[in-house]
Structures are given as C-alpha cells and as structure tokens.
Design a binder for this molecule. Structure first.
Ligand SMILES: Nc1ncnc2c1ncn2[C@@H]1O[C@H](COP(=O)(O)OP(=O)(O)OP(=O)(O)O)[C@@H](O)[C@H]1O
Ligand SMILES: [Mg+2]
Length: 1014
C-alpha cells in the first residue's frame, strides 16, 4: 500500500486497518489463504494449502476485487477530507512447498517456501500503483478469462534474464473452460450418440408443451459442457437459449449465475449505466406482457438498479419469493412465444439462492415449452429425481475407439505417433479433457511439432500431469475429509493397486474404520475394487489421480512411507518375498534405505535374468548401479558394483547381443573395477562374462588366454562348476581356433557334468577329428537335453551350436526343424543374437534341401541381423553357407566374393575351424565358373587338403581329398588321386554311412576302374 509518509502512526493505522480487512475479505471470498499480514499488506496463497481448481483465476479475481474495493474506500477517504491511499497487487503461479508450523493455536499455520512466492513479491513491488502485475506464467494460465496489458520485459532481482510482466486490466470474454477450448479449436466430437438421442427426445416433448429436465452427471472433463454445446448447435434456431454458468468460487457469491442469465436476457452489457439498464428491463418486460408490470421492480436489485421504495421496505424473505416468481413468470410467459432452453452448468458450485430459484423453476415447467438442462459432477446429489419429467444421463469415459478417433483428428493416423496416442489414451483413461491437455502440453514442451503433419520432435520421456489437470484432481483430493485424504496419499505411495491386508499393516486405523474409508473412497470414485483370487484388492480409478496424490506429498514424507511399505511387505510376505521383489525394490529405491534397495534390485534382476526378461533386468541393474553412488566408497561398494555390473553384462549380452557396443563399454568398466583385487569367486564370474564378449567379438586369441586363466582360477578355487564353465569356454574357443584335438580334451571334462553346450561343441570336435558317429551321438544328446532345460538362454545356445553340427553332417531336415525351435525361443525371449543365427541356420538348411532361392534370401537377411549384433565370430560359417547355396543355385561368380571375405576373416581372427572347407568350396566354385579356372582351383583344393591335415581334421580332409581327386582324375592323374583318396578313407574307423564316405568310396571305385581300363 502506498501511504502518505508524514502521517502520524495512529492516524495511519486508522486508515490502513480497514484497507487490510478489505483485502483479507477479498482473499477469503475466493478461497485464498492469508499467510501473513504485514503492517501494510497481505500475502496470500490460492490453491494451497488446500488445492482449488482454477487457482490462478481465483487469485486474479481476488486481486481485481481488492483494487475495486480500494477505489471505493479511497473515494470515501477523499470525501471525508482525508488523503487517499492506493495498493499494488502482484501475483505469480508455481509450485510451493507448504510447511505447517505449530504455533500453539488451534490451527496449524502454513509457511510457503519457494522461488514462486518471491517472484510474486517482486511483481507486487513492480506493479504500478493501483494495479495488478503478474508473471507470464499466471497470464498464460488465465488467458481469455481476463484482459492484460504487457508492461514489457523487466529486470527482476534474483532472476538472470528480464522477465515479461503483465498488468491485469479487467475481465476477459471467457467464462468456462469449454469456451477456452473452443478458442483453441474444438476436437472433433466423438461418441455420445445415446446421450444426444436422449436430449432430442426430451426436446421433442418440451417442444410439445411437456416441460423436461435433463441432468448430465460426470466427473470433470468427461464432456458435460461439450454435450450441451453440441446439442445447442442443432437447436439454437428454434429455441430461446438462456445460459447460466457457475464458477468454482461461486458458492460465496449469491445469484451470480442468475444475474448473468438475466443480463443476457435483457441484453445488458457492461457499457450500460443504471438508467439504461432500468430502461432495458422495463422495455423488454412490457414488450413481453403488459401484465408483468408489477413484477418488474423485483428484478432491479439483482440487476444493479436502484430499488423502488416498496421493494426496499419489504421483508427480505417475501421479497426473495416475489423476485423468484417474477423470474419464473417471465420465463413461462416467454415460452408461449418461443420454446425456452435453459442451461445451468456446473450446479455443484451453485450458490444456495440460485439453487432455490432453480428448484422453483423446475416445479413450474411441467406444462410449459421449457427444457432445462443442468450439469454437475458426482459430488453433488440432485433433488429432482422423483419428477416424472426428469432424466439423468451419466457420462462415462470415452471408449478406446472414440478416444483414438478424437486423438487422431488432432495427431493424425501416422504410425510414428501410434505409441504416443496409446500412451495418452491409457494415461488419461479416455477423459477427453485430460487427453486434450496432455496433447497441448506435449506441443508446448516441443515434444510434438508441426512439420507438414504432427511429428514427434523429441523422445516422449516422462509424460507429466499438465497443470490444468493437476489442479482439477488435486482439488478433488483436497475436498476429502483429512483422514481419507491421508489414506489416499498412502495408497498412492503403495501403488496403482494394492491388497487390503498390506494397507492394514501400514495405517493405524482399526480395520472397521479402514474398511469404511476405503468404501467411501470407492463411492467417491477414487478407487475401484478388483476381483482377486484370495482377498480384496483395490486399484486407483485414474492413474493420474494416483500420481497427483503421490506428488502432493513432500519428498521427505514419501521416503518414510516407502520405507514403511517396504518393511510391511517384508513382514507380510516373509515366506515368499520372491513374488514381491520388484515392489520391494521400488519402495526401497524411493526410501532413504539405499542398501536395501540395492539388495532387492539385485535379487529382482537375477530373477528377471533367469526368466530371460533381460530388459527388466537391465533396468533394475542400472537403477542399482545409480544408487551405489550414494554409498560410501569401500570394498563392499566395490563388490556390489562388480556384481551388479557383471549381471548387467549378462543381461545386455542377452538382449543386445554378446558383443554389442554397450557391452564393450561395460566390459571396459568392469575390467577397471576388477583390477583392484576382489573376492576370487566373483572375479572368476567377472572374467568369465567378459571373456564371452571377446569370444563373440571374434578375438579368439584373447578368449583362449582368458579361458586358460579361467581354468587355472577354477582349479585354485576348486569349484567343480566353475571348472566346467572354464573348460567349456576354453574348449569352445579352441574349436573355433581349429585346434579340435586339444578342444576335445577340455570339452570332455566339461560335458561329463551335463554341460550341454560343451556337449554340442564336443560334437563339432569329434566330427572334425573324423568321428562322425560319435559326433552325431553327442549332438543328438545335446539336442534332446534342450527339452529338459528351462533356461531359454541355454536352450538357445545349445540349439545354435548343434545347428552347425547338423550342417556339417548334412542333416538338413533336422537342422531346419531346430532352426525353427531356435527362432521361437529367441524371439519369445528377445535374444537378438540367436534370433539372427536362427535365420542363418534355416537359410542354410533350406538351401541344403534344394530350396536355394528361399535359402539365399533367408541367409542374406540373417547375416545382416547377425552382423548388427556386433558379432565377428561365426561369420565365416555364415558366408560358407551362403556361398554353398549360391554355388548350388548355379551362381559361382557370386559365391566367390563371399568365400574370399570369409577367408579374410579367418586370417584376421584366427577362426580356423572351417578353413579347410572354405578352401574346398572355393576350389569347387572356381571349377564351376563359365570358364573354369582349373589351376587356381587345384591350388585351393590342395590347400584345403593341407590345412585339414595340419589340423588333423579328418572329415574335412576326406571332403577336400574327394574334390581334389575328382579334378586330378579329370586331369589324367587318376593314380595320384586314388592313393590320396584311399589313404584318407582307410583311416576311418566309423561313419561308413555318411554322405562323405559314400561319395569317397564311389569315386575311388570309379577312378580305380578308369585306371584299370587304361
Ligand atoms: N465427445 C467428445 N468428443 C470430442 N471432444 C470432447 C468430447 N467430450 C469432451 N470433449 C472435449 O474435452 C474437453 C472437456 O470437455 P467439457 O468441458 O465438456 O467437460 P466437462 O465435463 O464439462 O468438465 P467440467 O466438469 O470440468 O466442466 C473439451 O475441450 C471438449 O471439447
Ligand atoms: Mg463443463
């Protein structure tokens, strides 16, 4: 307040105190809370400590009222010969934390803390005397409801950039949210066919002189106003439409909606002074019916026209009655000329006086052409349901289809936004207002933008509750009795759904009382009961209500509650905590108890990994690792970090591929961590997991070294399982390396203890070394074992490895069958690596079965996906299979580049297992060219034989020798060919039924015959 400086203090008080009272009254009128009353001003909050819908508007209504009252007051001072005073009002909107302070009085006092309030104080200081200054935030929330004038960007203390300030100059044209929405462009009207039919039916009856009332009941935002709006559109020409709107703070001002309605009827605008108002009222009433003459004076008081002496002197009750009668008569008389449509919106906010008039009107319309439409939210209970001409419509949320349609008109039908549309529908559960606000917020945050069509410009991220929705929901919650509000907040911390037995553990209320409160919350439509097998379970009706209730708690209190809920779950489900790990992890994560959170995140991630739910595991582990930062450094933290990282590695390998880039980064981190010496068993695990990365990355030298190291460590720890793991890994690496003889030794050790992957690899080694029957037996055993293994990851690994063995054994039908099994298991569990390998296997098998075109397509696709997982291992096999398929399809010129690529990889990575085969196929390809390159082919085939001999790879030698022998005999060197071929065939002690052996024997016989003939 600006006071004249040189007043003596007593005189000043006498002037200021009434002004302060008038300000306090204005604040209270709009449900504000006076935090502080300084010597010459007040500081008030709107929307806190009790939330109110449209709190920014309330603040501005109060501000304007203060200024208006101050003008009157000042004018009075002036007439009394005193000096006038002026006030400055400032406002801002934002979050505050409201602390309650015990002051010893019967009510707690609240002290807000936060940047928002200091900004409001700055606005006050900057406001021109006699005006209201606000920030852009408040202006944006009140746009349309008030009019503003920019005061330009202004430097404000405590804020870096200049802040744009606005002066509130008066009321704006808008009264309701729907009008605001209409300004933005209304969404396409969807659904509500039955309700529209009901309205039409009522309108028909009213039209024919049987007055009707239709009430629409629904929660905020479900479309009551919109339904009326649509109905008005189709009927306004034939009806005289009169509307009355109630506002959230309406209960404190009598007759407001009624006054609005009458002003519309008499066409009185703000520009009309008292005289013109009076004239308009009299003219309209008399034009309608001369006999109304006596009724007219009763309307004056309501319309701000000086009363006549008769009405002034009247008993107020009688005057009220007459006033009501006057209004009723006018409406009924009007309905004779033209049917009247009266709309009373939001009557849950209606003041008692207007409500009384409405009741009277409703009684009087039974035989008139009047249709009354009222709307209200569920917290109101109407009193007219016994009337025969009364219909109540209850609006439900929009169904999935309508909700989608409504969103599509705003966001388009594009695939890109399909996920977002689904998200908005599910978060808002089909409440059109919430949907619109959420979309609007996404545009304002720049998540959505217009580029020819609506586009997603940023990742969706966390979609928060828009402030407009927040205030609707928060005020609903705040209207609950204190104990129920407390309960609702606790429930929100527990989660979207909860069992009553758990709630009992957490709250102190006796069970009967708790049940009653839960029932009440259910009746108030906050919760609903869910069918559950054993006991009663409740769920929040709206995810958004849960979120708002949750956020209304201070962080400190939330943390305490989360911990209490964690403890309650531990106590209640002590015997089967495994069923509640993710809940426990969540509650402790948001409590102050980081060690417990880490423990449960760890357990939850193990469980997810075991179920091959890798993405869940990854999330838990990353959360756990993030929490570790809150713990003091030391050996314990190091251990936890190593353990979590190792599990994360496993999960990442599962979902993204063994050798994906994320995996590589993690391996580097793990290596840094483990250098500092930790528990040997843990270090073994760490080393083992990272070696799988190098393995698949194709770094066989390093894998082999790590495998040897692992064997040594396992021997020191003397853990049989670790030994098997180490032998399995080293054996596997040696197989790829091409040293199958040494590999066999390790794999035999591992496979003795039912290590199925080792068994499958053993099959490879055995085949390579010239024991195809033993190989088949091992591979068959490994395959059969997958029927008994429940871990999808192991199943996939075994199937992946045996696939290649059947390829070498030329058992393509079996291979195809297993490739399909591999595809399903890896698809169902999101194992990218094996999903790609399954495609490669099935392509190879199809080509083997003669379906070369299909096979080549599948192979090409599989190889692409496979490479994308970061793997370098196994690629020589993929390319070998592809080139064999191409060769079979008569395309040797395409097969050759694939082979050469594979051979380059062999050289680079040392993956020599298939080397001899690659040279052999290359030789065959060279021979199949339109102009066969015999010399080069001979070189390749000789190389194949030499490599196979060098590796003691008898089966490959047999194949290579067969191919070479064929060429030699064609070149007239039958004798050499025969010696070579019989030499290798004679070595074999088993496998006489294989394709390879049969071909070798047949060829030997053929060459022998030729030689004899010469
Ligand atoms: N059936 C519908 N089709 C398309 N849009 C709708 C539909 N119903 C409501 N809307 C839109 O949703 C928003 C909220 O609707 P409306 O204002 O009618 O809700 P309400 O029930 O009157 O809420 P309140 O209780 O807060 O007044 C409006 O912008 C409206 O245009
Ligand atoms: Mg409405």
């Amino acid at each position: 307040m600006d006071l004249i400086e040189d007043l003596d203090p007593e005189e000043a008080r006498a002037i200021v105190d009434p002004a302060l009272n008038l300000m306090i009254d204005a604040v209270h009128r709009y449900d504000g809370y006076v935090v502080q009353c300084t010597g010459d001003g007040v500081f008030a909050l709107f929307g806190a400590p009790v939330a109110h819908e449209e709190h920014p508007q309330r603040a501005l209504y109060a501000a304007l009222r203060i200024q208006e009252e101050m003008r009157h007051y000042s004018a009075g001072l002036r007439t009394a010969g005193k000096l006038p005073i002026e006030a400055r009002v400032g406002a801002n909107t934002g979050e505050v934390v409201v602390r309650s302070i015990a002051t010893g009085g019967s009510h707690p006092e609240y002290a807000p803390i936060g940047h928002s309030t200091s900004l409001a104080a700055r606005m006050q200081a900057l406001a021109p005397a006699g005006s209201v200054a606000i920030t852009a935030t408040t202006r944006n929330l009140c746009e349309g409801f008030f009019s503003f004038r920019s005061l330009g960007p202004t430097k404000v203390k405590g804020v870096q950039d200049p802040v744009e300030i606005f002066e509130v100059t008066g009321l704006g044209p808008l009264r309701t949210r729907l009008q605001l929405a209409a300004g933005r462009g209304l969404s396409k009207f969807v659904g509500r066919e039955q309700e529209m039919d009901a309205l039409r039916l009522a309108a028909d009856r009213a039209w024919r002189g049987h007055g009707q009332i239709v009430a629409t009941m629904a929660e905020a935002g479900l479309g009551k106003s919109r339904l009326f709006y649509e109905f008005k559109l189709i009927s306004h020409l034939r009806w005289l439409v009169l509307e009355a709107f109630s506002v959230p703070h309406g209960k404190s001002s009598a007759y407001l909606p009624l006054i609005d309605l009458l002003r519309n009827y008499f066409r009185i605008g703000i520009e009309d002074n008292e005289a013109s108002r009076r004239a308009k009222i009299i003219a309209a009433a008399l034009a309608l019916d001369r006999s109304l003459q006596d009724e007219i004076p009763y309307l004056f008081a309501l319309m701000g026209v000086a009363e006549t002496e008769t009405t002034l002197a009247m008993d107020p009750r009688i005057k009220r009655e007459r006033t009501f009668e006057a209004i009723t008569s006018i409406i009924l008389r009007e309905s004779i000329n033209q049917p009247v449509l009266l709309i009373f919106e939001d009557i849950h906010w209606l003041d008692e006086e207007t409500e009384a008039l409405l009741s009277l009107l409703m009684d009087g319309i039974a035989n008139a052409s009047v249709l009354i439409l009222v709307s209200y939210r569920p917290e109101y209970s109407d009193k007219w349901s016994n009337k025969t001409y009364y219909t109540r419509l209850r609006l439900d949320p929009l169904g999935q289809e309508n909700a989608e349609e409504m969103l599509s008109t705003r966001l388009g039908h594009g695939e890109q936004l399909a996920e977002l549309r689904g998200l908005v529908v599910s978060r808002t559960q089909g409440n059109p207002f919430f949907m619109e606000e959420m979309v609007q917020m996404l545009f304002e945050q720049g998540v959505l933008g217009w580029q020819g069509a609506v586009q997603l410009l940023k990742p969706i991220g966390d979609v928060t509750v828009p402030p407009t929705v927040q205030s609707v929901l928060a005020s609903r919650i705040d209207r609950l009795p204190a104990a129920e509000k407390d309960l609702l907040q606790i429930l929100a911390v527990i989660g979207k759904q909860f069992q009553v037995s758990l709630v009992k553990q957490i709250v102190s209320e006796p069970p009967d009382e708790l049940n009653r409160m839960l029932r009440d919350l259910q009746l108030a439509e906050f919760l609903y009961e869910q069918p559950a097998p054993s006991e009663i379970e409740y769920a929040f009706k709206h995810a958004l209500t849960q979120e708002v209730a949750y956020n209304s708690l201070l962080i400190r209190r939330r943390r305490i509650l989360h911990e209490r809920i964690g403890q309650a779950i531990e106590a209640l489900y002590a015997g089967h905590l495994d069923d509640h790990l993710s809940d426990l992890a969540r509650h402790y994560r948001f409590s102050d108890n980081a060690p417990k959170a880490i423990e449960y995140l760890h357990r939850a991630s193990r469980q997810s990994t075991a179920r091959s739910a890798y993405d869940d595991a990854i999330m838990s582990l990353q959360q756990g690792l993030a929490l570790l930062d809150h713990l003091p450094a030391g050996p314990e933290r190091q251990r936890d970090e190593l353990e979590l990282s190792t599990l994360l590695l496993l999960a990442l390998q599962g979902s993204r591929g063994y050798a994906a880039p994320e995996v590589e980064r993690l391996v580097a981190r793990i290596e840094r961590l483990s250098a500092e010496g930790a528990d040997p068993a843990l270090l073994f695990k760490v080393l083992y997991r990272s070696s799988t990365f190098y393995f698949v990355r194709g770094d066989l030298r390093r894998t082999r070294r790590m495998g040897e190291e692992l064997v040594r460590r396992a021997e020191t720890i003397a853990d049989p399982d670790m030994l098997c793991m180490a032998h399995e890994l080293l054996g596997g690496a040696l197989v790829w390396w091409g040293d199958t003889a040494l590999a066999r030794l390790h794999l035999e050790k591992a496979s003795s203890r039912s290590y199925r992957v080792a068994l499958a690899y053993l099959g490879w080694a055995q085949w390579h070394l010239g024991y195809p029957d033993q190989a088949r037996a091992s591979v068959d055993r490994a395959t059969q074992s997958t029927e008994k293994i429940s871990r999808p990851y192991t199943v996939a690994t075994v199937l992946g490895v045996v696939g290649l063995a059947y390829y070498l054994l030329h058992e393509y039908s079996r291979m195809l069958e297993l490739a399909e099994a591999l595809r399903i298991v890896s698809r169902d569990h999101g194992i990218a690596y094996y999903q790609a390998l399954a495609a490669v296997h099935s392509g190879a098998a199809l080509a083997g079965l003669g379906k070369t075109r299909e096979g080549i397509a599948r192979l090409t696709e599989g190889i692409g996906d496979f490479t994308a997982t970061g793997t370098r291992l196994v690629l020589p096999y993929c390319k070998l299979a592809l080139s064999e398929a191409l060769l079979k399809a008569g395309q040797p010129e395409l097969a050759l580049p694939a082979i050469n690529e594979a051979l380059a990889l062999v050289e680079h990575n040392g993956e020599r297992y298939l080397e001899a085969e690659l040279h052999r196929v290359k030789g065959e390809a060279l021979l199949s060219l339109p102009q066969p390159e015999q010399t080069a082919a001979a070189l390749s085939l000789e190389r194949a034989v030499a490599v196979a001999r060098d590796q003691s790879a008898k089966s490959m030698e047999l194949r290579a020798a067969t191919s070479l022998a064929q060429l030699l005999s064609r070149q007239g060197r039958g004798a050499d060919a025969l010696i070579m071929l019989t030499g290798i065939s004679a070595w074999f002690t088993e496998g006489f039924n294989t394709d390879d052996m049969k071909r070798a024997v047949a060829l030997s016989e053929e060459i022998a015959l030729q030689c004899q003939a010469q």
